[in-house]
Design a protein around this ligand. Structure first.
Ligand SMILES: CC(C)(COP(=O)(O)OP(=O)(O)OC[C@H]1O[C@@H](n2cnc3c(N)ncnc32)[C@H](O)[C@@H]1OP(=O)(O)O)[C@@H](O)C(=O)NCCC(=O)NCCS
Length: 157
């Protein structure tokens, strides 16, 4: 079954899940640019993912699944949800930085990209410029274009 992932706010539960996974929260507090999604089971936040939207470019961040929730497809579902949201908002590429999960993202279609190829909007994020070490993998995935609007098929005149 596809987990029901919903928009969430940064609250103590979200901060605890991110902190437990050594993911930055200082630039989330009071941020109006970051959108968070989570999967809540029995009132407990089991997984979280965040997105920063910069027009055609989106930064995926703050991905974490609780220890007890891992290995059930939740991480994959959170990434897919974030990608779908990014595409709906007009993004064509999702970028991310990771020190821990490059192999996980490779399996989801992300490729390694040189840091100096980052769009200016992504390079200016605190994740990119300050919070993630320069040894982090920088990765990107081109999103599939939404289908073109088309009318009903017509036969020959
Ligand atoms: C990465 C993470 C979100 C995956 O969550 P999950 O719910 O277990 O993911 P899924 O169930 O969708 O996928 C599990 C698969 O990914 C693999 N995987 C999980 N973490 C991985 C990693 N760090 N590197 C490579 N592969 C990984 C698992 O081995 C498993 O493989 P299998 O299907 O062959 O058994 C989770 O391990 C986590 O929260 N890690 C700590 C935080 C983190 O590193 N976040 C990324 C920061 S950008």
């Amino acid at each position: 079954m596809t987990p029901s992932i919903q928009r969430i706010q940064l609250d103590p539960g979200a901060e605890a899940l991110l902190s437990a996974n050594h993911l930055p929260i200082s630039d989330l507090q009071g941020s109006s640019i970051v959108v968070l999604f989570g999967f809540i089971e029995d009132t407990r936040l089991q997984g979280i993912v965040g997105l920063e939207m910069y027009g055609a470019a989106a930064l995926l961040r703050s991905l974490a699944v609780s220890d007890s929730g891992r290995g059930n497809g939740l991480g994959t579902a959170l990434v897919a949800h974030a990608e779908q949201y990014a595409a709906q908002q007009g993004a064509d590429t999702v970028y991310l930085l990771t020190t821990t999960a490059a192999g996980f993202f490779e399996r989801l279609g992300y490729s390694h990209v040189a840091r100096d190829a980052a769009p200016a909007s992504i390079a200016a994020t605190r994740q990119f410029s300050a919070l993630c070490p320069s040894s982090s993998a920088f990765m990107a995935k081109l999103l599939a274009s939404p289908p073109l609007e088309s009318g009903p098929l017509r036969g020959p005149a």
